[in-house]
Design a protein around this ligand. Structure first.
Ligand SMILES: O=C[C@H](O)COP(=O)(O)O
Length: 222
């Protein structure tokens, strides 16, 4: 078991908007350099270029549409976020739910533009379905725990271990992240002990008074 992969989703939290997006990214870079743990950030679309230009760390989009060049007003085009400096994307986050066909199309677009892909899921069956599509990662997140501060690794460990088992049977190349309520070192430790290879988190870090200190606590038991 190597070091975990951590994805910090800024969502549309004020603290992670505009220059705040850069400041949190700097904190993530510092902790990543000190620990050797890969930490990616997912700012809002307009902040991707700003963060990627100012801070050397993996930047992910919060969403990607399965469209190409042309008349797709208001959509997220893979080449646009790639050229802005993104190296990956979330797909199907519970706050940006897609149909199965849309998920497949978004994943196809991610692969076309060489973007690392994290398909977000809400239970074991949807995790198994997502793994069958062949993303780089799935991220299992029970929606009812998102933003609750109640870590999935304690509140619903079976959904994590069950997702790990399901993915291993379907496509062992797909890595499993988990999320929802993760904020402390013991939450990440529990998630890793359940077989996940990292976490997707947001409020515990982005809304923290000191995001760098919160990140240092998060990784202290790795
Ligand atoms: O994208 C992150 C997940 O929705 C978890 O959010 P949270 O860490 O605020 O519970």
């Amino acid at each position: 078991m190597g070091l975990p992969f951590i994805v910090l989703n800024y969502k549309t939290y004020l603290q992670g908007t505009g220059q705040g997006a850069v400041e949190i990214a700097k904190a993530c870079k510092a902790v990543s350099e000190d620990s050797g743990i890969e930490i990616a950030v997912a700012p809002q679309l307009p902040d991707i270029y700003r963060v990627a230009s100012e801070v050397e760390l993996p930047v992910f989009s919060q969403h990607l549409d399965g469209i190409g060049a042309g008349s797709f007003t208001g959509h997220v085009f893979g080449k646009s976020i790639k050229d802005a400096g993104a190296v990956g994307t979330l797909i199907n986050h519970s706050e940006k739910r897609l149909t199965l066909a849309e998920i497949e199309a978004s994943l196809k677009a991610a692969k076309k533009f060489g973007l690392r892909s994290v398909i977000c899921t809400n239970n074991v069956p949807t995790t198994a379905a997502a793994a069958a599509l062949g993303p780089d990662y799935v991220a299992i997140e029970p929606p009812e725990l998102i933003g609750s501060g109640i870590p999935v690794s304690k509140a619903d460990p079976e959904v994590v271990s069950g997702s790990v088992e399901a993915v291993a049977k379907i496509n062992s190349q797909v890595k499993v992240l988990c999320g929802a309520g993760i904020s402390k070192g013991e939450d990440l430790r529990a998630a890793l002990d359940l077989g996940s290879q990292g976490v997707l988190l947001a409020s515990g870090i982005v809304k923290a008074a000191d995001p760098k200190a919160a990140l240092e606590d998060l990784i202290r038991l790795v």
